[in-house]
Design a protein around this ligand. Sequence first.
Ligand SMILES: Nc1ncnc2c1ncn2[C@@H]1O[C@H](COP(=O)(O)OP(=O)(O)OP(=O)(O)O)[C@@H](O)[C@H]1O
Ligand SMILES: [Mg+2]
Length: 260
Amino acid sequence: MSLPISLEHVTHAYRTASGPLPVLDDLSIDMPEGSFTAVVGPSGCGKSTLTRLVAGLMKPDQGIVRLGGQPVTGPRSTVGMAFQNPVLLEWRTILQNVMLPLEIVASGMSKTQQQDRARDLLAVVGLEGFEDKKPSELSGGMRQRASLCRSIVHRPEVLILDEPFGALDAFTREDLWQTMHDLRREESFTCVLITHDLRESVFLSDRTVVFSARPARAQKVVEIDLGDQRGLDDLYAPRAVELLAELRREIQIAQGRDVA
Ligand SMILES: Nc1ncnc2c1ncn2[C@@H]1O[C@H](COP(=O)(O)OP(=O)(O)OP(=O)(O)O)[C@@H](O)[C@H]1O
Ligand SMILES: [Mg+2]
């Protein structure tokens, strides 16, 4: 099951020693159930702040964040998260790392069921045979695959990805995009992806929201009308190139650069 996410007039400022730092400015975004929304914008504009609000780790000063119509009042186990740094536990095997959320939330699953679920996901991302390895025995890309499995093993309704592919080399990153596509086909979640990579947002998302410089507003929402069956080659198709150019223009506007 997946839940729609909605932000209604969300405004937030951090309290700092030198006074309030406005970060989000009257942000209203609707993410339908099962959709994939990418968020791009200048560094420091407030993207990770948005993820903390959706995850219930913080409350906005004004406005409401809703999951499935219900206001978010705190962290919930139905939200999965993955970040740039996979943070796997070194003393656990890959299988045990992926199983962790099932041990923490009351999953009602037996140990064998938990193992089967984790094994199935590891197979989807191409890590069959690595279940008993320790994280340090895997490459960065493999660790990130395991981390993605861990973020969805408990079948979250909402998946938040904050630059999960940012630290990977270009080829590994493209592999992981394909993996993400495969996971999306197998699983059901509403996804928010924060990224600095416009090709990534075009390849993975149904819509990409461009944030302005801080305090972030939703400067532009670009529908990525490329259909569900995308391959990496489709990034060179005329429509994808048009979308990339449009996003690039919007980012330049967000950065305050002149656009010819
Ligand atoms: N806990 C905090 N207290 C005070 N200021 C904060 C806090 N967290 C973030 N900030 C500031 O708020 C602004 C937005 O931060 P945020 O992490 O949301 O940006 P971002 O868009 O994710 O940036 P990046 O693209 O570099 O990851 C930044 O100026 C940051 O320094
Ligand atoms: Mg960030």
